[in-house]
Design a protein. Structure first.
Length: 157
């Protein structure tokens, strides 16, 4: 079971770029469409669903990692000590809970946008909720340049 851990870790690390590219380009398109008072087209709906799909796939990989990772296992079995260790606490608590929060924001944005009465309002709702979710995700990624919890930008399989 643990032998798939490095593979899932590399997949989770790489998939982050796919999530971010789709997420950022979709938000840019929503902003452009709104600014130019365009209709909410099937392409926009497809992009909205693709953001959710790629993000939730990443969350699923994250949950699998949470079960397999020696870091999170240490966190769960030595909670009282581990909660004071920044790197361990980051993966055991902060990263996972913030990403779940971002996922909830995506869901709220998606559901609210469905009930919007105009296309302008639909874009606005998506920009607000998806924008907040993106900010939460960006601030919770263990970036290579982060002085707090640094992980490589690219991991080989
Ligand atoms: C419910 C959601 C998530 C959970 C439970 C989760 C869980 C984890 C865990 C446990 C690790 C550490 C694995 C280890 O080093 O042993 C990790 C690493 C990481 N996560 Fe997540 N994650 C989630 C969502 C996300 C999302 C949405 C992104 C980015 C879009 C992301 C990006 C990363 C990155 C870049 C790493 C470092 C990977 C590496 O060390 O190469 N995670 N995640």
């Amino acid at each position: 079971m643990t032998s798939i851990y490095p593979f899932i870790l590399a997949l989770h690390s790489t998939w982050r770029w796919i999530v971010l590219i789709i997420f950022i380009s979709s938000l840019l398109r929503f902003a452009y469409q709104k600014k130019n008072r365009r209709r909410f087209t099937p392409t926009d709906n497809f992009l909205k669903n693709t953001v959710i799909f790629t993000f939730y796939t990443q969350a699923l990989l994250g949950i699998i990692l949470y079960i397999l990772s020696p870091i999170t296992q240490y966190f769960l079995t030595h909670f009282n000590t581990a909660v004071h260790l920044r790197q361990i606490r980051f993966f055991g608590m902060e990263h996972s809970s913030m990403m779940i929060l971002a996922g909830i924001f995506l869901l709220i944005g998606s559901l609210k946008s469905k009930n919007a009465d105009t296309d302008d309002r639909r874009f606005k709702i998506l920009l607000i909720w998806f924008g907040l979710a993106l900010l939460i995700a960006l601030s919770s990624i263990p970036w290579e340049f982060s002085p707090l919890t640094s992980r490589p930008s690219f991991r080989s399989f």
